[in-house]
Design a protein around this ligand. Structure first.
Ligand SMILES: Cc1ncc(COP(=O)(O)O)c(C=O)c1O
Length: 428
């Protein structure tokens, strides 16, 4: 009863802005607005403090007999556990840190590629960031055939029927994104896993644009691998790969000989960014605190998760609900700007199917010009293809690119209004 009444009250997360020093910055008189979030989010003070504290008081290499090395081992272990909790992974040993999503995916594709050859097929999608396409295209060198899943060009949703028609006995892997970094579409991963499983294929999920916005639960998804990047969810520049233990153990990792054969060390090439892992741990802790403050609202939806997993799920349910409010507002404002064409889901009733990332084009002002105009007024957005190369090509926007307005939970309706007012003036 309590849950159902509260669920209908609008959320206000503006209090969390105080955690982010960058949100207090101004350009002249105007407060800076960050709508560049799909390219990288701002960090809470606690993330910067954790990184600084690591470097100043615990900086060392791993597994030494001395205090700073042992403190490093502790922080690294806590960071793996925190990421396992955020992704609801069965165990921290399945969490692999690396430089970024792209490097981790290239490493894994090289390892998987050793097992593949002529006659094998990999299914990719036109909706994906190139980080989940190029590493698989590389395997054409080994004779692997790449099959491309198309999209509905109106609302930029994945064509699941088309994907189904591509998946067959030769398919060894399906590489799919969980949320688009360009148009915001959330893909339904479970039917993809079901289709792949029916032919014994593996599923690799790019969740870089999902983790900042919605709950991500690798056990519920049923996939084999999943990647994300801490700098998209309020942490530092770090990539994270989760994989099923049996696969990570079985696959050959390209590594130096003295490095561990155990998980996760087998896959964590060279010396890692320990300060990055300390910052990632702090980013997860920030989300955990946010969630703990909202537990009451989502009690009915938290099941029997352990403490931190429960808090993190509550955090992501909170963020999802608040961002759906923001998305509704943005779509209503964009509807009043007919000179801007939105690519992606535009129906305010369908905000549950998208993250708050909006790509628009205007016939007269190109995307870079619009981004420049907004930047001149203190608003950060992106223009171009943001590496969603296959998608902008598919939409016929490869030349000019699209303006991308990407929101996070620290943005507000007032900020959306300021951006849309400026776009209205510039394009009407
Ligand atoms: C959906 C998606 N996948 C992959 C990447 C690449 O991530 P990274 O910069 O960690 O390599 C990005 C970066 O924008 C992205 O948005």
């Amino acid at each position: 009863m309590r849950g159902s009444i509260l669920t209908h009250a609008p959320l206000d997360l503006s209090g969390y802005r105080a955690h982010f020093p960058a949100l207090q910055m101004s350009i002249g008189e105007r407060p800076q607005i960050f709508f560049d979030n799909p390219g990288g989010t701002q960090v809470p003070q606690s993330v910067a403090d954790a990184m600084s504290s690591y470097l100043l008081t615990a900086n060392a290499n791993i597994h030494g007999a001395f205090a700073t090395s042992q403190r490093t081992d502790q922080i690294i272990s806590q960071a793996h556990t925190a990421m396992a909790d955020l992704l609801n992974a069965p165990e921290p040993g399945e969490i692999i840190f690396g430089q970024n999503m792209t490097s981790l995916t290239f490493a894994l594709s090289r390892s998987l590629g050793r097992e593949l050859g002529a006659g094998d097929e990999i299914v990719v999608t036109r909706l994906d960031h190139d980080g989940n396409i190029a590493p698989w295209l590389q395997l054409q060198e080994r004779g692997v055939t790449i099959r491309w899943t198309d999209i509905d060009s109106e609302d930029c949703t994945l064509d699941y029927d088309h994907m189904g028609s591509l998946i067959g006995p030769r398919t060894k892997l399906v590489a799919v994104g969980m949320a688009s970094n360009a148009v915001g579409t959330i893909n339904d991963i479970r039917p993809v896993v079901a289709m792949a499983r029916s032919v014994g294929a593996l599923v690799f999920v790019d969740a870089v644009q999902a983790v900042p916005h919605i709950p991500v639960d690798v056990q519920a998804l049923g996939c084999d691998f999943l990647v994300c990047s801490a700098y998209k969810f309020f942490g530092p520049h770090q990539g994270i790969l989760w994989g099923k233990r049996a696969l990570l153990e079985q696959l050959h990792a390209y590594k130096v000989r003295p490095a561990s054969d155990e998980l996760p060390g087998k896959w964590e090439t060279g010396t890692q960014s320990h300060e990055g892992q300390a910052g990632t741990l702090a980013a997860v802790t920030y989300l955990q605190q946010l969630g703990r403050e909202q537990l009451d609202r989502y009690m009915d939806d938290l099941g029997s998760l352990s403490d931190r997993r429960r808090d993190l799920r509550a955090a992501m349910l909170t963020i999802r609900e608040y961002e759906q409010q923001l998305s509704r507002h943005m779509l209503q404002r964009l509807k009043q700007l007919p000179s801007l064409r939105l690519y992606g889901i535009g129906d305010p009733e369908r905000v549950a199917e998208r993250v708050p990332t909006f790509a628009v084009v205007n016939q007269h002002a190109n995307a870079r010009k619009l981004a420049q105009l907004l930047a001149d007024h203190g608003i950060a957005t992106w223009s171009g293809n943001y590496y969603a190369l296959a998608l902008v090509e598919r939409l016929g926007q490869a030349e000019e690119g699209m303006l991308r307005i990407g929101l996070a939970h620290y943005n507000t309706e007032e900020e959306i209004d300021r951006c849309c007012d400026l776009l209205e003036q510039a394009t009407s």
